[in-house]
Write a protein that binds this ligand. Sequence first.
Ligand code: ADP
Ligand code: 5SP
Length: 614
Amino acid sequence: MKNKDIIIVTLFSQVLSCNIILMALFLGLDLSTQQLKGVVIRDDFTFVYETLVVFDLELPQYKTTKGRVLHKNGVVTSPVLMWVDAISLLFCKLKNGLGDRIADIASIGGAAQQHGSVYWKDFENIKLDNNLALSKQFETHNVFTVTNSPTWEDSSTTEYCNELSSLHTPQKIAIISGSVPYERFTGNQISKVQKEFPEIYNNTERISLVSSFLPSILLGLYAPIEVSDASGMNLLDVQTRKWSQVLCDQELLSKLGPDPVFFGTAIGTIHDYFVSNYGFNKKCMICSMTGDNPGNLSFIDDLAQENSLNTHSPNTKLTIVVSLGTSDTIIFPIKAYPYSFENLLPSVDSYTGSILSHPNAPNEWAVLICYKNGSLAREFICNNLQENINNNPKLVSDKWGTFEKAYNYTQISPDQFGFYYILPEIIPKAKGIHRFTRISSREGHDRDSVVQTPSSSLYKHELISSIKIIDADARLIIKSQVMSMKLDCLRKNLDVRSDIEKLVITGGASKNDLILQTIADVFGLPTYTIDHDGDLGDESKDVSSLSMPAMAGAMSALKSFQKNFPPNASNSFNPTKSTYFLKLAKPPIHSNSLEYMNQMADFTYLRDYLASHT
Ligand SMILES: Nc1ncnc2c1ncn2[C@@H]1O[C@H](COP(=O)(O)OP(=O)(O)O)[C@@H](O)[C@H]1O
Ligand SMILES: O=C(CO)[C@@H](O)[C@H](O)COP(=O)(O)O
């Protein structure tokens, strides 16, 4: 045992007499699209342990691809029992990794993929048998009325979005709920279950988001939904933070449970099943969990406060989080709610993107812009490039190395643009893979395949079905994805140069230097990742790869514990400052920034063209 541990043991031995926990640790979970991650930190924020369960690899019986199942007609689901098994497996790993110290976990927080829904009945009435697997018991008792949970990639609810729009108008729905109706938003997914499977709907007692399903399992009780994640449902009044009486009927209100709570609210203690099976302390507190993107926002906010930066002052320039997980998502805080019935915006398109209630600050909100074709679209290009080289991609281990080589073969040319909407995209609403190549005249080209931009440039438009993935696509996809991010920030009235100070990049693809550099160049702003001061030993990791949402969960658990057991003479709980900080990853290269700026007008025209032509 290190000296520091001995001191903490001494400090907490007094706490133990009050039946609290010795040598507090804090667990943060992240139930994302492809995996469940867990990060353990100490009360001084230092990293202790991390583990993860990759759904496809470790739970192959559920037959998922990248954690989900793609069905016909845009339906995308994940088996809810797979998530339950993932929790059991993660806790086994945690027990092996931490040994008896699992009992020192004082509090658990977390985050999860947004919008996905879980449908339950009779969950709170089950008497769990500590000797049987959780998933078996839930299966036997038919706890889940829908066994394949619709997730954020689902695009099968257009009909229900249109119905909602015609009932209220998209503007009214955006003013109340922060977003025009989106296919993945949970309210529209619930409408689909209600209309297409009325018996199942009637039989459903409670509906959770993935982020409230996770703490529900840990509590053995239905956990409340969290405010920021509730904003991704088209059901919440995001200004009052209460379920909207306009958008929810009485029956739905009863299934949603109480009004949402802030992120990190203490909501109970862990169920005895986890105490008996894994050695958790029975006093271990469970905190409300949020969506992965609001989790990122909360983590960056915590970090700024730890470093005495006041992100809540009106003059502070923005730090924007760009998450490159399965989705590519941008999130940033705003101090005033931008929509009102008195000042309608010029068009429905002006309401594109989402306004969420802030996870922690009562009078703030956040803008969220999400792209479905993020990492998996890049992987699609990457795998195709490898197949070009070697008909068996599995034989080549360094697939991102191949991608990087292909990227570097080509220049930032104004002569080509690519759009890679392998699954139907959220922003813009477009699908298919498209390449636009500049031509000097229409001659020799099919009339319908030539697009003329306002600057009189001519582009030949090709669909990927008729062309092959080539090296150029590596650069084109990154250019296109990042230019889209900038375009949508501009369309959300951000003056990129004067409003934004930093871009913090996180998620699996933040390991990729080319992407970090392209983001810096397109925005003309420096990109940052998160680093840690001091030696974390052999297990040293940057927070981006530890999972920022899981870190946010651990931080929220720590803060909640502190709030409920404030430092005083009897417990001496006194956490030190966080040692995480923003590390400059890539400054922008001026000549590249100019090049991208010059291409923005044509890019915008071509993206809008696709939105109205696919
Ligand atoms: N070196 C890399 N370059 C680009 N993308 C990468 C790299 N390493 C991992 N990724 C991407 O990261 C993605 C997973 O990110 P992650 O944040 O763990 O996802 P999620 O949290 O949604 O489950 C993978 O789908 C993969 O495409
Ligand atoms: O739909 C959204 C945000 O609105 C997605 O960002 C999901 O929250 C999935 O997150 P990742 O698994 O990509 O982190």
